[in-house]
Design a protein around this ligand. Structure first.
Ligand SMILES: [Zn+2]
Length: 543
């Protein structure tokens, strides 16, 4: 996932992760717009999908303008589009006469005025470049924001994460906050981070300067450099927007990627590469094999991220070169779009996790949060086990689903080898780091549908309690006020946390609109769960 960037921005973001209805989401947006002082924006940046809503649709621009007439609002959905209200269009200067739009599609009305809909074509550049025009948090607030985000991860029992870098997440400038928390002993999760190039066409120079500045393993068990990626060269980045056709990488991809891989292998830097489609993976493997013939990889750790459509043949090539595959539940958020474009037959092995395991490739599991998937790890485990999307669509046959133990293994031991920490974390065993979580229910015996509602009641990192609730409440670390005080996190928390935001009232109303015959059933009414958080389960999505 991308926890460092996520942490720097967390207190600025209104999270729709897990919010059960669009009515609730719009109500939160309205309240937050009223609370947010100029010139700040309200940002909803990923972690949700239209299919999670009872209404099963996106908000419209009219709805967003109606609930936020004056405060700039930027709502991003997956990697496919962003909705800006009129105040946000004014703030970024997008009008009829504006020039120099970032690459991407700006939707316009008949008079040529931008409507506020930005579409990620051919990639997400326009979404991120526009987002970057908004005000940032102060350094003090970034420290607070990161601590709150890491606490939020602890709430779900996360004790370690491998950070995949990210766009606009520059090394070393944007790592000062995490380093300061680390120096002060204030990190509540362990981080191993990969360095992500920010310079199209000059990627080699980025990696040349970084291999001079630092090296993999620099740091300690709490915070360490892990290698390069997931962006190695921009010409190899195949964004996973299943609403659009597969992008074909330009012919220059091979030569650019080869220069970077050569440099990394020469310097013995582990690397990871974002790759969605088999066509991209095929070409990357050609490059890797060529470099390996000149400078043997010789056990160097490397892996692909994602690999939704990888073939058996290419899984075998990954194995032969000593690589691994990190899978994430991106299909849980956009499987519906994939099926619409490629059909349910192709979706059955997208990604082919069981084949990866049968063919003996190391596999790790995660979320890829925070901008497509939510960071809630139980949505990812639920997806691995049931093969279902967040919206309830069944994607995989039995033979491409995992049992609970196998899924958990990929999430823990499996991922530990991607930070070259196998044997050190991922299991409760003598000699391993003292990190553990006690969950709110029995993962191994509870009904499948309950898995996505799990949280941690006690999380321990390095022998220290970093999260405690319910029967462990008295062990909880001291409260940390949220700053700035208008932050949506102060009001709503992160992943739908109705103990803070009183979700559910508008949910019930929304449900009666979409499925009146079902809305009277008990399980559609939000109820207070036995641990004090709301039961947001809704079987409305089953049809
Ligand atoms: Zn990626």
């Amino acid at each position: 996932m991308h926890p460092i960037r996520g942490g720097l921005n967390y207190n600025l973001e209104l999270r729709w992760d897990g919010v059960p209805s669009l009515a609730d989401a719009l109500r939160m947006l309205k309240e937050q717009a009223a609370r947010t002082p100029a010139p700040q924006w309200v940002r909803v940046i990923g972690g949700w999908t239209e299919f999670q809503f009872a209404e099963r649709r996106m908000p419209t621009l009219d709805e967003i303008n109606a609930v936020a007439p004056d405060t700039p609002v930027f709502v991003m959905h997956l990697y496919d589009r962003a909705l800006l209200n009129a105040a946000a269009l004014r703030a970024v200067g997008y009008d009829k006469n504006a020039s120099n739009f970032p690459a991407g599609e700006v939707h316009r009305d008949r008079r040529g005025n931008p409507t506020g809909l930005l579409i990620a074509k051919p990639n997400a550049n326009i979404l991120y470049s526009t987002l970057a025009k908004g005000p940032k948090l102060s350094r003090e607030d970034q420290l607070n924001s990161s601590r709150h985000f890491f606490r939020e991860l602890n709430r779900f029992g996360i004790t370690s994460a491998i950070d995949a870098g990210g766009g606009f997440q520059s090394y070393p400038d944007d790592y000062g906050v995490v380093n300061e928390l680390h120096r002060n002993g204030a990190l509540s999760i362990r981080l191993a981070y990969n360095l992500f190039t920010q310079k199209p066409k000059q990627e080699v120079s980025d990696f040349q300067s970084w291999t001079k500045m630092t090296k993999p393993g620099d740091g300690d068990d709490f915070c360490r450099v892990n290698g390069a990626g997931e962006m190695l060269v921009f010409s190899a980045a195949d964004f996973e927007d299943f609403l659009a056709p597969r992008p074909d990488m330009l012919p220059v991809m091979e030569s650019e990627l080869k220069a970077v891989i050569r440099h990394l292998v020469e310097n013995r830097w582990p690397f990871r590469l974002h790759a969605t489609y088999n066509e991209t993976i095929d070409r990357a493997l050609n490059v890797y094999e060529e470099v390996n013939r000149e400078i043997p990889f010789d056990g160097l750790h490397w892996f692909f991220d994602h690999c939704e459509t990888i073939t058996d043949r290419n899984i075998e090539r990954v194995k032969a070169l000593g690589g691994g595959i990190a899978v994430q539940n991106r299909m849980a958020f956009q499987g519906e779009y994939f099926v619409e474009r490629y059909g349910s037959q192709q979706a059955r092995r997208t990604p082919p996790i069981q084949r990866m395991l049968e063919l003996g490739v190391p596999v790790g599991a995660g979320t890829d949060a925070t901008r497509v998937s939510s960071y809630n790890p139980y949505l990812s485990l639920y997806w691995l086990i049931t093969g279902k999307t967040v919206g309830g669509l069944s994607l995989y046959p039995e033979e491409n689903r995992l049992d609970r133990e196998e899924a958990l293994k990929l999430y823990t031991v499996g991922s530990s080898c991607f930070s070259t920490e196998d044997g050190k974390k991922g299991a409760l065993a003598p000699g391993q780091l003292a990190d553990l979580a006690v969950l709110s229910g029995d993962y191994f015996s509870m009904p499948e549908e309950e898995i996505k509602r799990l949280e941690s009641v006690l999380t321990i990192v390095g022998g220290k309690v970093v999260h405690a609730t319910a029967e462990f409440s008295e062990l909880a670390p001291s409260a940390l006020p949220v700053s700035p005080n208008w932050s949506p996190i102060k009001e709503y928390g992160g992943y739908a946390n109705a103990s803070k935001g009183a979700l559910g009232a508008s949910h019930a109303r929304a449900l009666s609109a979409v499925c009146p015959e079902l809305s009277t059933k008990n399980h559609h009414v939000a109820v207070l769960g036995d641990l004090g958080f709301w039961d947001l389960g809704c079987d409305c999505f089953a049809f």
